[in-house]
Write a protein of this length. Structure first.
Length: 102
């Protein structure tokens, strides 16, 4: 239904991104991967190096307007994992936070 809506209501197209439908299997995988990530953070265990690079690349933008005590690894990591589970194309774009205005 979502793809049909996109074709009918947004014929101008633009960048098309394919996402998985959130059925029980995908929902369970998302929950499991987020739980695993949270467990790794809690234990101080090593994280996926690609996730760590992506978090480092996006931290400055993410921190714009947030308290310095906020934890970018936890919040950005959850976003990275959710995007990776739901995005069929496999590429994870920069986080959509605004760039600092300095």
């Amino acid at each position: 239904m979502r793809l049909s809506h996109q074709e009918i209501m947004h014929p101008e197209g633009g960048k098309s991104v394919l996402y998985k439908e959130l059925d029980d299997t995908v929902w369970r995988r998302l929950k499991d991967e987020l739980k695993t990530f949270q467990d790794l953070i809690r234990r101080g265990a090593p994280l996926d190096p690609e996730l760590e690079k992506w978090v480092a690349k996006n931290t400055e933008r993410w921190q714009n307007g947030r308290a310095r005590s906020a934890n970018p690894t936890v919040e950005l990591g959850q976003w990275y994992i959710a995007w990776g589970v739901l995005n069929l194309q496999g590429n994870i774009p920069d986080h959509p936070c605004k760039f600092p205005t300095t």
